[in-house]
Design a protein. Structure first.
Length: 265
């Protein structure tokens, strides 16, 4: 079983083979994803919202990310584990950026990191991380760590200026050395243009079918929490869990559980 690497992902783009990415935050879920053949397990800072119940991703810390990445990395034999750099882990100084990216690799077992924003803003941080030998995945379009600046979780790249800016950002991140690029919540024709123009793979989320791969937040795919419009619920695990909890409450209250077969003597 060949491991997925940052190099093999680029080869997949050349071969026209789609890349599958899911967010993963814990060992049992990551293990099931691994068994299902998911290529990339992204320990996204979306865990702040999906798992910890925060309003946004801004309160997520490096320690939280390391804690969850360790669990995911233990389950990953074939899949590439990517650690998502949280707010303020790379924005302040390049030294912070390389130290924090290094923690994902050395302490948690990730094999690449992702960060949000264009190369012209974070040039020195990205270069410092790459110089340390750590592969970087870019992320443009809707970048949740800038939610207050962009005025909410909105589709990006609707105006001609915004389209040009995103195309330049995509090119800039490829030129600086990113191995792949997440395109979040941008019109699908723009994502198609960007995908066509790059030699590195694009991974779309709410960016249409032309991207080289797709990523979803696992809780959105499983019907847990409030799904964005672009997500698809593959299995309503949320509803099944609620049903199980409701039946348990009923059975304990009524005395139906534990039954004779659940006793120990
Ligand atoms: O944090 C995250 O999970 C992400 C993906 C949605 C791309 O950045």
């Amino acid at each position: 079983m060949a491991r997925v690497t940052t190099v093999s992902l680029k080869e997949r783009k050349q071969a026209g083979e789609k890349i599958t990415v899911l967010t993963a935050y814990d060992y049992p879920t990551a293990k099931l994803m691994e068994e299902a053949g998911v290529d990339v397990l992204l320990v996204g800072d979306s865990l702040g919202m999906a798992l910890h119940g925060h309003y946004d991703t801004l309160g997520v810390t490096m320690d939280m990310m390391i804690y969850h990445t360790r669990m995911v990395a233990r389950a990953a034999e074939r899949a590439l584990v990517v650690g998502d750099m949280p707010f303020l882990s790379y924005q302040v100084t390049p030294e912070d950026a390389v130290r924090n990216a290094g923690r994902f690799i050395a302490e948690a077992g990730a094999r690449a990191v992702k960060l949000e924003g264009p190369a012209d803003k974070f040039e020195r941080a990205i270069q410092a991380i790459l110089r340390a030998g750590i592969p970087v995945m870019g992320h443009i379009g809707l970048t949740p760590q800038s939610v207050h600046q962009i005025g909410g979780y909105k589709v990006q790249g609707r105006t001609p200026d915004a389209r040009d800016r995103l195309k330049n950002e995509a090119r800039g991140l490829q030129e600086i050395g990113c191995f792949a690029l997440v395109l979040e919540c941008i019109p699908s024709d723009l994502a198609a243009e960007i995908t066509e123009s790059l030699s590195i793979p694009t991974i779309g989320i709410g960016a249409g079918p032309s991207c080289d791969g797709q990523v979803l937040v696992v809780h959105d795919l499983l019907g847990m929490g409030k799904q964005p419009k672009f997500a698809k619920v593959y299995s309503n695990v949320g509803a099944a869990m609620k049903q199980a909890f409701t039946e348990y409450v009923h059975d304990v209250k009524s005395g139906a559980f534990p039954g004779a077969e659940h006793h120990v003597e």
